[in-house]
Design a protein around this ligand. Structure first.
Ligand SMILES: Cc1ncc(COP(=O)(O)O)c(C=O)c1O
Length: 397
């Protein structure tokens, strides 16, 4: 099946080989249409006006909330729309962190977290003096965890469900269990994971979980924060303004109930409405099918790349316990030169530290080149990339 047909950018740019879906995915026609249709037929502000148009827009916005809740096994009011995953993590670090954490309490992260799951905790450290601890990472991109890293001092654990640098899918279960045994809460950064496999927050027993619509074939400017009902009720609003209040007086206010208390101001209504079309689209294809395609492409890419001279994979070398994200270096060619050389042949990959400087420093790497695949990619995309990589290697060595 040629899924590229569903994505207008490949019609507009037939030469495009897009291998940067971990940064942001391309958007299918139905998502673009949903956003357009919203503006053409429903455009109105939500949750405030009593007129029919506002009511229809509100219904469409809330329908996405239900779809997202069903998508990850949550209750509707446990889903909060943010601008992106980064904002969701900031919300938790501030609202939960400033309420329940105090000087000396430990927050456990891993060395392969995205900066979005490090900097908000460093900011909290500066503000209230928490202590940040890190799990080390083995060469397969798995957390090095034997239980001892979660102690009585650990009050919060915040970990990725899939590494955007290495592509690895770490085993979260023992860490979540250990955290809960000690009474610590856990946030899962599912930015990459949610794109490649179905998630059930009940089964996972995550207290908080975040992801961004734009990596999941939806529009930019929409993020999802899931939080357990009891916890969301206990923590204060992150931003103040319209929509998030019940009553406002000269000297005080009372916040609205969840989820609205966390959605201050006019949200990205059109983006949220269109995100429903993206989720419906991938559910229709099914994660079984998506995984089948992506596993086959990953296996193929690993095999082809491994034949290139001077190429070293950074992270797992096999297709198991991973998503379709492959980092590598090439001796004698800087990753930026690799990306530039590929770009000249219409091939988009990412080079740099991938917002993962802590891992890069720990592993003594200045940068890597990263290929990230989606189910719309083809073996031909990989063949073209490998052929161009051969040329780039020849040119520089
Ligand atoms: C693992 C991971 N976490 C967090 C983020 C941040 O996502 P956003 O920029 O959409 O907030 C990304 C984006 O690359 C990511 O890959």
């Amino acid at each position: 099946m040629d899924f590229k047909r569903d994505f207008p950018i490949f019609k507009q740019r037939p030469e495009l080989v897009y291998l940067d879906s971990a940064a942001t995915s391309q958007k299918p026609q139905i998502v673009l249409e949903a956003e357009n249709t919203y503006y053409e037929k429903l455009n109105s502000n939500i949750h405030r006006s009593a007129h029919f148009l506002a009511e229809e827009a509100t219904l469409a916005y809330e329908a996405t909330r239900q779809t997202v809740a069903d998508f990850i096994g949550a209750q509707k009011h446990e889903i909060i729309f943010t601008r992106n995953a980064t904002e969701g993590i900031n919300l938790v670090a501030r609202s939960f962190g400033e309420t329940f954490l105090k000087k000396g309490d430990e927050v456990l992260l891993s060395k392969m977290e995205h900066h979005s799951n490090i900097v908000p905790w460093l900011q909290l450290k500066e503000k209230i003096g928490i202590v940040i601890q890190y799990l080390d990472i083995d060469e397969n991109g798995q957390f090095i965890f034997d239980g001892s890293q979660v102690t009585d001092k650990t009050k919060f654990v915040s970990l990725t469900g899939m590494s955007n640098i290495l592509g690895s899918i770490p085993n979260l279960k023992p860490i979540i269990a250990a955290a809960h045994t000690k009474g610590a809460k856990i946030l899962i950064d599912a930015c990459q994971l949610a794109v490649h496999q179905s998630i059930d927050v009940q089964q996972l027993d995550a207290d908080f979980l975040v992801f961004s619509a734009h990596k999941l074939y939806g529009p930019t400017g929409v993020g999802v924060l899931y939080g357990k009902e009891g916890l969301l009720k206990k923590i204060p609003p992150f931003l103040g303004g319209g929509e998030m209040i019940q009553e406002v007086f000269e000297q005080s206010f009372t916040p609205a109930d969840i989820p609205h208390k966390f959605e201050a101001g006019t949200p990205n209504i059109a983006g949220v409405v269109a995100f429903k079309a993206a989720i419906d689209y991938i559910r229709q294809i099914s994660f079984d099918e998506i995984q089948k395609i992506e596993n086959e492409l990953t296996t193929y890419a690993l095999e082809k790349l491994s034949r290139l001279p001077d190429l070293t994979f950074i992270g797992p070398k096999k297709a198991e316990n991973r998503g379709p994200v492959i980092s590598f270096t090439m001796q004698g060619v800087h990753p930026h030169d690799i990306a530039e050389g590929l770009s000249q042949k219409d091939i988009c990959i990412r080079a740099g530290h991938h917002c993962g400087q802590v891992l890069m420093d720990a592993w003594g790497l200045p940068a890597t080149a990263r290929i990230s695949l989606a189910f719309y990619n083809t073996k031909n995309d990989i063949d073209q990339t490998v052929k161009t990589l051969e040329e780039v290697h020849k040119y520089f060595t």
